[in-house]
Design a protein around this ligand. Sequence first.
Ligand code: 5GP
Ligand code: MN
Length: 325
Amino acid sequence: MQGDAFEAAVKAVEEGFVVCLSSHVNPDGDGIGSLLGLTLILRALGKEVHSALPQPEKFPPQYLFLPGRDCLFHPEELPDKADLFVALDCSNPDRLDGLWSRAEGADVLLNVDHHEDNSLFGDVNLVDPGASSTSELVYRLSRKGNWDLTPEAATCLYTGLVTDTGRFQHRNTGPGALAVASELAAAGADLAAISREVYESQSLSYTRLMGRALERAEVLPDLGLVYSYVTQRDLRETGASLPETEDLIDHLRTVRGTKVAALFKELEDGRIRVSLRSRDGAEVGPVARALGGGGHAGAAGYTSDLDLEGSLARLVEALREAGHG
Ligand code: 5GP
Ligand code: MN
């Protein structure tokens, strides 16, 4: 990352008055945490802030407690023309889905992200694959700009940090992430509420769905692959929703002797969302990219047009091509 990327980003924010903010499709803890955290910071700076997610209907219930959620607009309500558009945790324009035209139409587009495959689509790119999370980058940006950080904003950013690092266990956890966590705690992040709401408030429906998916887990030992799946029928029968299932794959990933975990989730339109996680130094980013998606070495994903069986076969083939097994 360019040494002056933070300075350029501070300048872009300070010069804009009408600011739009967004994050990616299938929103996760870091996408939402960085979006709401920066929303609150910019509101406190006196900006006219319009924030929206491209798929508000997919907002995971475990993040409903976050402060600033009432500041979210419907994507259709964002102004066509902003001084500044900030894309958070998006590795490429597709991740903004229908909001890309507004991002493109803004005077300045600021891209804040930590994906190694970021396509540097902004006018200003604050992109650091060494950062644990986009929330960490938003925190560092706020320090660089000397902007006030309320306990509410700190709560949002800590949520992004704790979820993207898998509660400080994944390999993106290092001195930097831990230092930022400490500073966010000092700024008043509500750690007790975050662990309760994000990790200890799951619905009975999702608990049962998790049981089904874990019971079905299979291992392909030659590939070091552990996988399972969730169908629309499972969702109907248990009453769970897909956005609730964000951490299901973390349970699959704990199986000893495996290197890659895959969870296949059937979407309403029949396509399959595939989440990949790696362990013990394996990399899943290249496999996800080869199959039309993207992500990090340790956590990546893509969408498959094949059925469940076909998607599994295609993944096995891609893992072999990428040198797994
Ligand atoms: P998840 O499995 O939680 O949906 O995604 C894991 C990681 O992979 C996230 O960092 C997410 O940004 C990235 N990712 C998931 N699906 C896609 C995709 O279709 N395209 C790209 N570029 N990244 C993805
Ligand atoms: Mn992230």
